[in-house]
Design a protein. Structure first.
Length: 269
């Protein structure tokens, strides 16, 4: 069974507010592969572990029908409450039990979620629901992140990483699959035609508030918050203060460049 995180309404709301959509480079990597494999235009795309729908909404621009699925009712409610295109819908279900007929899905995606799934069962479902000639795109952003702002980029990144390292002490064991660049997920994919790309870099438009909010939305931070609310809250407050002082600004709405490295596993059945 999948590991269940991000369940509460409070966490889901933070997730919806601060999690970012797939960056342009990641989008282009996926779309180029689907075009190469003649998987688009297509009827049905399914986004598994969709959370509050950031990746699902990107797919809505390219497919006739898009269905986002997630095990968390709170996340699906956030997704449904967010305006989106009329061709997008959402379902609550486990990644390992998808309510789609055999060979009915043109493209199956998962953005920053597959490390929570039971790989073996999920891959069996992918094999079952994806049409012959259909594709999968399974991606995640990694812990390889940096901040850029004027001539203090190095100091800013150091402050961010010090905070991030503290938060990662509360990581669930399954985050090891992200740290391994989805190698095991790639190996588990049963499609003969597959590849793994580990060097996709995206600049995500962010503000100081957005960067701190992203850290707040992370599952290890939420674990930290439950274990020691005072220390967890203080860490983010102090980090934001240090970032603003380093940048020489007072507004948490100040834009920064937030760079992330994505990993993407692509396969064609």
């Amino acid at each position: 069974m999948a590991t269940q995180m991000f369940e509460g309404r409070g966490h889901a709301a933070v997730y919806q507010k601060y999690r970012f959509a797939p960056g342009k480079e990641l989008q282009q990597t996926i779309l180029s592969y689907l075009q190469e494999k003649k998987a688009i235009p297509a009827e049905l795309a399914v986004d598994v572990g969709c959370g509050s729908g950031q990746g699902t909404r990107f797919l809505g621009e390219h497919f006739k029908k898009v269905v986002g699925t997630d095990i968390s009712e709170a996340q699906i409610q956030e997704a449904r409450d967010t305006p989106c295109m009329p061709n997008i819908s959402y379902l609550v279900c486990p990644a390992e039990e998808l309510p789609f007929q055999d060979a009915s899905v043109d493209v199956l995606t998962s953005f920053t979620a597959a490390h929570w799934f039971d790989f073996e069962k999920f891959m069996r479902e992918a094999e079952r629901v994806v049409k012959p000639g259909g594709c999968v795109a399974i991606s995640t952003y990694t812990a390889d992140m940096s901040l850029r702002y004027g001539d203090c980029s190095e100091k800013l990144t150091k402050i961010f990483r010090e905070c991030w390292d503290m938060i990662l002490k509360y990581s669930h064991n399954r985050l090891k699959y992200v740290l391994q660049d989805y190698k095991e997920i790639f190996e588990a994919l049963p499609f003969p035609d597959k590849k793994r790309i580990t060097d996709i870099y995206d600049q995500i438009p962010m503000t100081v508030e957005g960067v701190v909010g992203y850290m707040e939305s992370a599952s290890p931070y939420q674990t930290f918050l439950k274990n020691d609310p005072k220390a967890a809250t203080s860490l983010l407050q102090e980090t934001e203060k240090r970032m603003l002082e380093t940048m020489g600004v007072s507004s948490r709405e100040t834009p920064v460049e937030f760079w992330v490295r994505h990993v993407c596993v692509l396969g064609c059945k």
